[in-house]
Design a protein around this ligand. Structure first.
Ligand code: PLP
Ligand code: SF4
Length: 335
């Protein structure tokens, strides 16, 4: 087990504090897991441009002494990331940058997606964010001015989606600034939040956040992001119970990742664990093909077989929808 160093009593263990105490040194993480002797063979020989970052509580859920641990593989920078692989480029980045002017994306009917912030508590190796030049061009700048104008002016928008980065990286007061400004907008029917924070730093689900959720004028959906059942320990399950008690509907999206969750056992185990904590599986995404992530790719044929096997084994509502995001399409594309 990994334990944080003791703190003076007067300093409360707020989520902000736990955020700052995240592990950022890959060697420290490997040492904590009893894998220090593998540092030279596992770690990249030079900078990948995307640092390790993992909250200590998430690292504590990794198996000691297992270099193939499914949680470790999601966060550890590895030498294979430096290989250039055809089809995995930086091109997607240009597309991404074009998509976020003002921090508002209105691509899908009825839904406005806000890139609320570029920050995350964890750096996931497979994420397109590794190449994404988040600058000040996120929706929360200037008191959400562009986002609020865009949403108020377009009566076709029924759902506001907070995404990122991780929107729960923002202080709750900042989130309330947006939802208070939109409270009187009659065409809004739903709020959705896409977040990995309740999984990687469940302390983020504090009383202030719950109070904000409770006084929202719309029904809310929270789409979590867990890829493996081992990510959901009792602290995460407890955070989910509290989110549900505050009125949120809980869904989960995952990314299909080779070596992490590309077996029927891993996917079935994830669905079962999610449901036991009050969360329904929503999407299983095929990887965005960005440089440095090719070692996580699972081909579409294998992905389809996995979903077919899951269907043969699980209740229909425990089988996530396998999708790929294709730039320019008006919805996620089912595979
Ligand atoms: C994924 C996405 C959504 C949400 O899509 P759902 O299928 O409703 O989950 C909305 N807007 C954008 C730009 C997206 O990429
Ligand atoms: S956006 Fe989500 S997947 Fe990407 S690094 Fe942040 S938490 Fe991880």
């Amino acid at each position: 087990m990994i334990t944080a160093s003791p703190l003076p009593a007067q300093q409360p263990r707020t989520w902000q504090r736990l955020w700052r105490e995240a592990i950022v040194d890959p060697r420290e993480l490997l040492e904590l897991l009893g894998l220090g002797h593998l540092a030279a063979s596992l770690l990249p020989a030079h900078d990948t441009g995307f640092a390790l970052r993992v909250p200590r509580g998430f690292a504590a859920r990794m198996r000691h002494g297992d270099a193939h641990d499914p949680l470790l593989l999601q966060v550890l920078p590895q030498a294979v990331e430096l290989l250039e692989v055809a089809g995995f480029g930086h091109d997607a980045v240009g597309d991404m940058a074009a998509r976020v002017a003002g921090g508002v994306l209105h691509k899908y009917a009825g839904r406005a997606l806000l890139i609320a912030t570029g920050s995350c508590a964890v750096n996931c190796r497979y994420c397109f964010r590794r190449h994404f030049p988040y600058a000040e061009e996120t929706a929360a700048v200037n008191h959400w001015r562009a986002a609020i104008e865009c949403i108020r002016d377009d009566a076709s928008i029924e759902e506001v989606i907070l995404s990122g980065g991780d929107p729960l990286s923002l202080a709750t007061a900042k989130l309330a600034e947006l939802t208070d400004a939109l409270a009187a907008t009659p065409h809004i029917r739903r709020l959705r939040v896409h977040t990995r924070l309740p999984i990687v730093l469940p302390e983020r689900v504090d009383n202030e956040l719950l109070a904000w959720l409770q006084r929202l004028p719309w029904p809310a959906a929270i789409v979590l992001h867990a890829n493996h059942a081992n990510e959901i320990d009792d602290s995460v399950a407890d955070a989910c119970v509290r989110l549900r008690a505050a009125g949120a509907n809980l869904l989960n999206q995952s990314v299909l990742l080779r070596g992490v969750n590309d077996t029927v056992e891993a996917l079935a185990g994830l669905s079962a664990r999610l449901f036991s904590t009050g969360v329904l599986p929503y999407y299983l995404h095929q990887l965005d093909r960005v440089a440095g992530t090719a070692h996580f790719a699972v081909d579409d044929k294998r992905a389809g077989e996995l979903i077919a096997q899951l269907r043969g084994r699980l209740s229909g509502y425990l089988v996530p929808r396998l999708v790929r995001e294709i730039v320019g399409e008006s919805a996620k594309t089912p595979l």
